[in-house]
Ligand binder design. Structure first.
Ligand code: APR
Length: 247
């Protein structure tokens, strides 16, 4: 794969030095990335938001009105996650690290990228396997079992899922934007691009860099430097690998 280039650093009062740099591939993933692992997407037919009222299970108001319903929704997701494994597309992305500096920005709260072996994963919408104190958002804990009312932090505040709900800030957005601005290649996989600010990230990529969008029901058409691959993740990623081989 032709994924290497030299970058020159000039330091005042010193000789020029050359550093061996790998191309940076920034990947934005959504629920479709984990569909082949058996996890439901949100907006597809029979998706999670068809069976659940998003305002009731994924908003601060929902948690205030019926915390048990919200905790139960995420307990089900956490239990289901234990039964699933990374799919071929997760594994392929992890393997690309041998040639590229792969930086993943995921909207997914599952941990399948990490379990596939990816080293740099930024969770834009939080993580199912973490909880945090309702009294101190910086008090975040690993959590693999069920979370129930009465599970509290050291200061006695109820714990909540470490997930970004609708209407809440997206604290990792600044880091995600920064990653996109320094991308050499951008790959988008399995997202309907309906939810902001994540859907706007591609606009921070440097002008003209190659952008690929793998999705069987894509919400964009190929144009300019954007190439749409209308396939499921495990198949589309093979086309992307082919591009890397030939470029
Ligand atoms: N491979 C790739 N993509 C797929 C596959 C597959 N096997 N199956 C479905 N898809 C695509 C769908 O065509 C759709 O475009 O995955 C996308 C899933 O879209 P959404 O359900 O809207 O999920 P996502 O874009 O990740 O949602 C963003 O919305 O409610 C929230 O916080 C939640 O992070 C989530 C955010």
């Amino acid at each position: 794969m032709g994924g290497f280039y030299f970058e020159e650093f000039w330091k005042p009062n010193s000789i020029c030095t050359f550093t061996y740099m790998r191309k940076r591939l920034v990947v934005l993933t959504g629920a479709g990335m984990s569909a082949e692992s058996g996890l439901k997407t949100f907006r597809d037919e029979n998706g999670l938001w068809e069976g659940h009222d998003v305002t009731k299970v994924a908003s601060p108001e929902g948690f205030r009105n019926n915390p048990e319903l919200v905790l139960d929704f995420y307990n089900q997701r956490r239990r289901q996650l234990k039964e699933t494994s990374p799919n071929k597309a997760h594994l392929t992305l992890a393997a690309l690290e041998s040639d590229l500096d792969v930086q993943i920005i995921t909207q997914n709260v599952d941990n399948l990228h990490e379990r596939a072996g990816s080293s740099h994963v930024l969770h834009l919408h939080g993580e199912l396997t973490k909880v945090r104190s309702t009294g101190n958002p910086n008090n975040v804990k690993e959590w693999t079992g069920d979370l129930v009312l009465g599970d509290v932090c050291e200061q006695g505040h109820q714990l909540r899922p470490h997930v970004v709900w609708f209407g809440e800030d997206v604290p990792m957005m600044f880091r995600a934007v920064e990653l996109c601005t320094r991308a050499d290649l951008l790959l988008i996989i399995g997202t309907s691009l309906q939810v902001y600010p994540a859907a706007g990230l591609m606009h921070y990529a440097p002008e003209g860099i190659p952008i690929f969008y793998i999705d069987p029901r894509p919400n964009l058409n190929s144009h300019g430097n954007l190439k749409v691959i209308p396939k499921i993740a495990s198949e589309g990623i093979e086309d992307f690998k082919e591009y890397l081989k030939n470029s």
